[in-house]
Design a protein around this ligand. Structure first.
Ligand SMILES: [Zn+2]
Ligand SMILES: [Zn+2]
Length: 276
């Protein structure tokens, strides 16, 4: 089988919660024999989680300069990505995001949500009055609400739909089941598939599960049944040890779910790689 280990979610020091040099990421990815990588630093227009999270044009310029340098140096092995946070509209707005970046500067763009109606899913209080299922369903409901005002040309995939398992929920086994949020996921998948977009399979959530567990076979099967033909995969690594993390497990899951392709991107155009 050809190498399908595409790590399409990686953070360098250009992210407020990252510290890796892009050169370190490249070196490690090549050591691991990954097929190709896409560095996807955070761009946010909201400062509700701290001023360091609010991007400005100097930050975007520095990020693009480093991405261009890496892409050239690696002969295109490094793709230029970005993880755009859904603006929560108070104080950041979609208009602020549109002013800040040109989506054509990137090969691939993830849009992702890290909060629910202004509340961080990482806050100690998020799960106070919510169980795991409600927390996960609310999160997808908020994505469904925000995504309709986010311009289609600004993203290719929706990041980490199982993000809530990474928060302080207090469950020893926070495995998510489709039954927790089927209605919400159906609405999201319909919107994405109808508009030529996809989801990513983000392996960082597996680290929150006990043992060597994975989850998502049920919702990926639903995605395939609804006509979803491809996904992207990524480790969401902020540290060297997590680069390429369990991408093979993600590929097995995707194959088992009946999704025929994993995608890589070049200048925002998807390239399909058949899973066998
Ligand atoms: Zn994220
Ligand atoms: Zn990320």
């Amino acid at each position: 089988m050809s190498n399908l280990l595409f790590d399409y979610h990686l953070h360098s020091r250009h992210s407020p919660d990252g510290s890796m040099e892009m050169d370190t990421i490249l070196k490690r990815a090549q050591e691991l024999g990954l097929a190709e990588i896409c560095i996807t630093d955070h761009i946010e227009v909201d400062n509700s989680f701290g001023d360091e999270w609010e991007s400005n044009s100097e930050i975007v310029t520095a990020l693009l300069a480093d991405l261009n340098r890496m892409q050239e140096m690696s002969d295109g092995y490094v793709k230029k990505g970005v993880e755009l946070a859904f603006p929560d509209n108070d104080p950041g707005t979609v208009e602020d995001m549109i002013k800040l970046i040109n989506p054509k500067d990137f090969d691939y763009a993830i849009v992702s949500l890290h909060q629910y109606n202004g509340e961080s899913t990482f806050s100690e209080n998020y799960f106070d009055e919510r169980d795991l299922a409600t927390g996960a369903a609310n999160y997808i409901r908020w994505i469904n609400d925000r995504i309709r005002i986010f311009p289609l040309e600004y993203f290719d995939s929706v990041g980490h739909i199982d993000f809530t398992v990474k928060g302080p929920h207090g469950y020893d086994d926070p495995t998510l089941s489709l039954s927790f949020f089927e209605e919400e996921l159906r609405e999201l998948f319909r919107y994405l598939i109808d508009n030529g977009k996809t989801i990513e399979v983000n392996t960082s959530a597996y680290r929150a599960l006990p043992g060597n567990k994975v989850h998502g076979l049920d919702w990926l099967t639903l995605f395939a049944q609804m006509g979803g033909e491809y996904v992207t995969i990524g480790s969401d690594a902020h540290q060297e040890k997590h680069i390429g993390y369990r991408l093979d497990d993600a590929l097995n899951l995707i194959r088992e779910a009946g999704i025929p392709y994993v995608a890589s991107f070049n200048e925002r155009v998807a390239k399909m790689h058949k899973l066998r």
